[in-house]
Design a protein around this ligand. Structure first.
Ligand code: NAD
Length: 346
């Protein structure tokens, strides 16, 4: 089996994590990562033995590496020339320009949730539409929020056959390493109603009817979702069986908040650090068992999303779909997650 050659364009919050996750797998390898110029992020790439390329093909930009401790192997074009697939982890809204470059180079591409579905006409979540992406040229792994919603709603939809959902996304204001965003002392509603987060689920599972509201709050560590789902008559579920369903669902953690004294997102993140997750990441969606309640046909629950990391393993499964390596999404998820656990010795 040929090893898939993966380029990471943009080695920031998401890029550095995807690079590690690719490096952990035995059916793919990182052939290079791009940086806009020499900076601390290059140091990390060097420690991992990842070759560094410039995000630009402009010789002047490439030359900025000349008097730095970091060797730049060339521009993006040169990296694409040795790649089978590129994971675009550039800041959002650069997709249009970048997609053109990837198509010109004849390289498959995976974008992130900062880009619109219309860029690729196709989106990806492992549990929702792996096979729809099989062999595709380009796609988009949906955002952290949409990934989180899909993880718990898709199994529910598959049991019930229909689902109407309203949710409120209580969003972190900025990532922990970000000093430019806010608010720092306010709650900021997203005044575009409904927000794009819920409806974005329909790009991977159009059968789920869903709308959302969103507010940004002064926290950096996680998003929290408050979800109300209306199940159809005859759903045959109880609070307990919904909890059991999610306990069996890959990349979902269900824990009793009161019993485990994990009643806030701060304690969820502390748990992720305690169990040795690199960067304190939590790839799984965290559901509070004692916050789940089914009353008649209406299901209420809360879930917490680690925004910087839940999409990371999805990118790996997505590469397997695009490169036609694995048809069964559950097999891919298992392979991805086991390899990452081995890589970090967790
Ligand atoms: P980031 O700002 O942390 O990293 C982006 C990286 O791209 C930086 O290293 C930057 O130097 C580099 N870059 C700048 N210009 C570039 C160019 N022209 N070409 C390639 N790279 C360039 O951003 P991020 O948080 O990693 O976000 C990347 C994508 O992932 C966005 O689409 C974002 O919406 C999405 N996403 C982010 C999160 C999150 O919580 N951070 C979660 C899910 C999805």
């Amino acid at each position: 089996m040929a090893i898939v050659k993966v380029a990471i364009n943009g080695y920031g919050t998401i890029g550095k994590r995807v690079a590690d996750a690719v490096d952990a797998q035995d059916d793919m390898e990182v052939v290079g990562v791009t940086k806009t110029g020499p900076s601390f992020g290059c140091e990390m790439a060097v420690r991992k033995n990842f070759d560094i390329y410039s995000t630009s093909d402009d010789p002047e930009v490439i030359r900025t590496f000349d008097n730095s401790p970091f060797e730049c192997k060339g521009g993006l074009k040169e990296l694409l020339a040795i790649s089978d697939v590129v994971i675009d982890c550039s800041p959002g809204k650069m997709g249009e320009d970048n997609l053109r470059k990837y198509l010109d180079a004849g390289v498959k591409s995976v974008f992130q949730g900062g880009e619109k579905h219309s860029l690729t006409g196709l989106s990806y979540t492992s549990c929702a539409n792996h096979m729809e992406n099989f062999g595709a040229k380009t796609t988009r792994v949906v955002s952290c929020n949409t990934t989180g919603l899909s993880r718990t709603l898709v199994p529910l939809y598959e049991h019930c056959g229909s689902l109407k959902v309203e949710c409120t996304m209580i969003r972190r204001a900025a990532d922990p390493g970000d000093s430019k965003k806010g608010p720092i002392n306010a709650i900021k509603p997203v005044l575009k109603v409904p927000s794009h987060h819920g409806p974005d689920v329909m790009t991977v599972k159009p059968e789920i009817e869903i709308n959302s509201l969103a507010v940004a709050v002064p926290t950096t560590i996680m998003h929290l979702h408050a979800i109300i789902a209306d199940l159809p008559e005859g759903h045959g579920l109880s609070t307990e069986s919904v909890i059991e369903m999610w306990k069996e669902t890959p990349r979902v953690i269900v824990m009793n908040g009161e019993r485990n004294r994990i009643t806030t997102t701060a304690e969820v993140m502390e748990m992720a650090r305690d169990i040795g997750r690199k960067w304190g990441d939590l790839h799984e969606i965290f559901v509070w068992e004692d916050g789940v309640r089914l009353i008649g046909n209406r299901l209420y629950y809360f879930q917490a999303i680690h925004q910087e990391s839940d999409v990371i393993p999805e990118n790996i499964d997505c590469i397997r779909a695009l490169m036609k390596i694995e048809e069964n999404w559950e097999n891919s998820v298992k392979k991805t997650d086991e390899a990452i656990a081995r890589y970090y010795n967790i």
